[in-house]
Every structure is written in C-alpha cells, then in structure tokens.
Design a protein around this ligand. Sequence first.
Ligand SMILES: [Zn+2]
Length: 192
Amino acid sequence: MLELNAKAKLPTIFGDFEIYTFKFPNEEEHAVVVKGEIQGKQDIPVRIHSECLTGDVLGSKRCDCRDQLITSLKFLGKQEAGMLIYLRQEGRGIGLLNKIKAYSLQDQGYDTVEANLMLGLPIDKRDYSFAVEVLKYFGITSIRLMTNNPAKMDFLTDNDINVSERIPIKSEPTPYDEFYLSTKKIRMGHQL
Ligand SMILES: [Zn+2]
C-alpha cells in the first residue's frame, strides 16, 4: 500500500488541482494531480502520462507528448473529478540520455523502434504499477482512461483496474512528428 508523502493545492492555468506525492520503494518522484473529490469515486477520467522533458517542457515537435498532456489537463480542469498521474519515466522508460542517443539515430533515418533496438534498449520499458497503486490508494477500481495506447489499458485490466471507457486524445500531427506517430501506430499498436 502506498504511503502519502505530502499534498498541496496546485492552482494552474487549466484549473485548480491538488498535487500529491507518495513514498514509493523506487527512487522516482512521481506526481499525482487531482481534480475535485476522488476518494472512492469510480469511473472518473484518468490520464497516466509518462514524463517527456523534451516535449512536455521544451515543446519539442518530435513527439505528441506535450499535446497529450495539455489536452488532458484542459479536459480534467473542466471535470468535477479526475486525475493525472505523472510518471517520471522519460523516453518510454529508457531515460533522457538514451532518448537523445535514439533521437540521434532517428536523425540518420532510423525509426523509433529500430533506434532503440540498435542501442540494445527495450522498445517500451514503461511500468505503470505506480499508477495501479495510486488508484488503489484512492479506492478506485474502475476508470475512464485517457489514452491512445492499448498496452496501457491491458496493463490496468491485468492488475484489477477496470477501464470502463477509453477517452481518445486527439492531436494534430506536425511535419516533424508525422513519422513518429505513424511508427507508433503501425509498429506499436497505438490507436491514432
Ligand atoms: Zn515526448
């Protein structure tokens, strides 16, 4: 069972939230952003977002992470209750340095899957077990998941979290991320 570390109010440009941090056996400092009263509330919208420094913070056009993050926060800000679980697992879990190495290979024409394989890294090393623990902490067993990624839904279902609805996140491809998005769709099964 997770143990609460601290929580505080977090007013944002998207609405008024609360931010929670938990003590977790692993070293990552994940963040949970909560809208409204969620304790024991079922079928609330939830976004599980993996950190992307280049996209989320720097506005990189190489991926659609920032678009997805902002779309999610805008949506959650308008809801009575909802949650964004922000997982500090950069570059689908391989870390920032490896992600930039993979970008460098992509600059030479390889796709995101080939680049990871050439570096001897997994294609997707993300782990959503913290998200499952967070949902259990709040007594939530059924959610409406904001995602385009079926693997994420499968992980939750396999861990006793029912996904009653998938809320797709629409974003417009740019000339820079078109190839990346089509790779995610064709090679990684994302529903875009
Ligand atoms: Zn990204």
